[in-house]
Ligand binder design. Sequence first.
Ligand SMILES: C[S@@+](CC[C@H](N)C(=O)[O-])C[C@H]1O[C@@H](n2cnc3c(N)ncnc32)[C@H](O)[C@@H]1O
Length: 250
Amino acid sequence: MTERHLDEQRFFDEYAEAMAHSSKPLLIDPEGFLKEETFRSYAFEALGDIGGKQGLDCGCGSGETTVLLAARGATVTAFDVSSQQVRVAVRRAADNGVQHGIRLCLAAAESLPFPDSSFDFAFGASVLHHVELRGFSRELRRVLRPGARAVFWDPLGENRFLEFARKHLPYPDKFGQSPGERPLRYSDMTILRESFPIVRVREFELLSMVYRAVRCRPLFSTLEMIDDWLLGRFPSLKKYCRYVVTCVDR
Ligand SMILES: C[S@@+](CC[C@H](N)C(=O)[O-])C[C@H]1O[C@@H](n2cnc3c(N)ncnc32)[C@H](O)[C@@H]1O
């Protein structure tokens, strides 16, 4: 474990503490979870049919996406560097009745404890921007089978005003930044390309990112439609978006 791993571990152990001690069942409503953010359903669709496949959930946190992947019929191995997060994910798997399709491990993304060519697909929610990307992408390539796909969603860090807001402005449900994270930049794709020659990205939420501050669903849907039009017509605006889905094929 490096200093960076220990910092992340401390931060996320503390974050998971309340969930670890709560007696409330950690239930997931798959449809509600995917509908909450447009990029979530896009990312799950990009994985294709995962029924019967062996998948890897990278930096699984408290196991929300792990449960969703298992509920779609995959056998899922999920790992995280935070032992408290893994503990919560174990509980979440059981609470949602999918524990038999899930194996949870404490591991760091840059040194994976799995044999070569173990997985048919990989997934990661808000994790690429936490890891040392060169080490992780090498490991990811090693553990994926030829033809396997990996899909990730992450905050995009190309918009300076958004970066300012993330660091300094208050808004509802703001999740504090961990010491090791930095929203993904297009320059990070160059590092991914060293291991995966084809890297595809799709940006989400230009104007509709105001939903983070003004929780109004009808406004969000309208702004999303305007976003689709603007991003289709003016691709140079994509870099100002809030989130990005990254897709690589082995
Ligand atoms: C923003 S959270 C996302 C968690 C989960 N995927 C989700 O969407 O709820 C980032 C997760 O990555 C984990 N993490 C950070 N650095 C890591 C590393 N180098 N290896 C494995 N996990 C890491 C953290 O412990 C944390 O659980």
